[in-house]
Design a protein around this ligand. Structure first.
Ligand SMILES: *Cc1c(COP(=O)(O)O)cnc(C)c1O
Length: 390
């Protein structure tokens, strides 16, 4: 696996791995507990009317466990403000309702996460926000999609499920020139592998359900920005709309993040072995993994990512039925939606995660299988895929 150093892995004086464990995590003042406690509390005693002890008043507005996570997330993305939500889509909803008004237009990727597409097509559109899709891996296509009323360019890289790669720095240039904001969904890469703010993005979106949590035991989301004014506006809306991360969920994400670096190294190493094996397999028609030199986005990915991540998709010779059969025969790879946990998952996007985009510009090939490659022994994963392909 590539271990090349990209300069922006250094945030302030400490390295990513150190910040993941320590940022926002000062030992509890009262007990010395080295792990931030779960402050399972809704309200706080005031010393006289308005006399707040730690600045805490009511846990929708702020909660110490959530604050610890939010400071940690801000440090890991190199931003000034982090906000934790009840889910990735709750974070997206807050972002869109903070930044957009009726009549505004957004450019979204032609292979966006299905839930993101649904939020635009079925919810936000009803409030008068317009959207159009573009192949965001093509800088000119994004430029062509801009309208006078465009406010946001939305990017997901690597994308889901086709692992398309978008040049974040190039689109940050396009956005700056046009006076629009660039939003990057960094769920697939995680801040260990890719830091969009340092590449010029305005806001980073996460489903912390995935690699940040990392253990398939929590649903959560996050926003991070380095624009202090926008951070304030987002925090205002987070409180006004209320879809915050609860204390226990915030604690679980924090627990996961501490091992993010070692997990992402292993996910990437295992996925590289899986992609190489699939690329050489006679029953596989095509493999999508940005680490493969023949992948269309390989060069850009190598420029903006530390390694290539744990997601691999492939097309099976024999069409949809053959792809479904591979999913059914897999044993160690668990058949299920979601991704980013320590355990390997397999799924059929056309019938599962991406069923909601059937018939749209975001429809995925029917013979596609998506893998979330976990951190088990790579040899065991290769053996399972070999038997599943038959
Ligand atoms: C899962 C996911 C989301 C949505 O997050 P939830 O936590 O499920 O609400 C958004 N973007 C990407 C890339 C995802 O994988």
């Amino acid at each position: 696996m590539s271990d090349k150093h990209i300069g922006h892995q250094d945030i302030g004086h400490q390295h990513f791995e150190t910040l993941a464990i320590h940022a926002g995590q000062a030992a509890d003042a009262q007990t010395g507990a080295v792990v931030t406690p779960i402050y399972q509390v809704s309200t706080y005693k005031q010393d006289g009317v308005g006399g707040l002890r730690g600045g805490y008043e009511y846990s929708r507005s702020a909660n110490p466990t959530r604050t610890a996570l939010e400071e940690n997330l801000a440090a890991l993305e190199g931003g000034s403000r982090g906000l934790a939500f009840a889910s990735g889509l709750a974070a997206e909803d807050c972002l869109l309702r903070t930044m957009l008004a009726p009549g505004d237009h957004v450019v979204i990727p032609d292979d966006a996460y299905g839930g993101t597409f649904r939020l635009f097509a079925k919810v936000v559109e009803r409030w008068g926000v317009r959207w159009s899709v573009a192949d965001t891996s093509d800088v000119q296509a994004v430029r062509d999609a801009l309208r006078p009323e465009t406010r946001l360019i939305w990017v997901e890289t690597p994308s889901n499920p086709l692992l398309g790669i978008t040049d974040i720095a190039a689109l940050a240039g396009v956005a700056r020139q046009a006076g629009v904001r660039l939003v990057v969904d960094n769920t697939f890469a995680s801040p260990y592998l890719q830091q969009p703010l340092a590449l010029g993005a305005d806001v980073v979106v996460h489903s912390t359900t995935k690699y940040m949590g990392g253990h398939s035991d929590v649903v959560g989301g996050a926003l991070v920005t380095s624009d202090a004014g926008l951070g304030e506006e987002l925090a205002y809306h987070q409180n006004a709309m209320g879809a915050v991360a609860g204390p226990f969920d915030a604690w679980l994400v924090m627990r996961g993040v501490k091992t993010l670096a070692v997990r992402m190294d292993r996910h990437s190493a295992n996925a590289t072995r899986v992609a190489d094996m699939l690329a050489a397999h006679p029953k596989v028609a095509q493999v999508y993994y940005p680490g493969l030199p023949e992948h269309a986005g390989h060069e850009v990915a190598a420029k903006q990512m530390k390694a290539f991540g744990g997601m691999v998709s492939f097309r099976v010779v024999g069409g949809e039925d053959a792809a479904v059969a591979v999913c059914d025969r897999a044993e160690l790879f668990t058949l299920g939606e979601s991704l980013g946990g320590v355990e390997s998952l397999i799924e059929h996007p056309g019938r599962m995660t991406h069923a909601s985009v059937a018939g749209s510009a975001l429809e995925v090939p029917a013979d596609l299988v998506r893998l979330s490659v976990g951190i088990e022994a790579a040899d065991d994963l290769l053996a399972d895929l070999a038997q599943a392909l038959g």
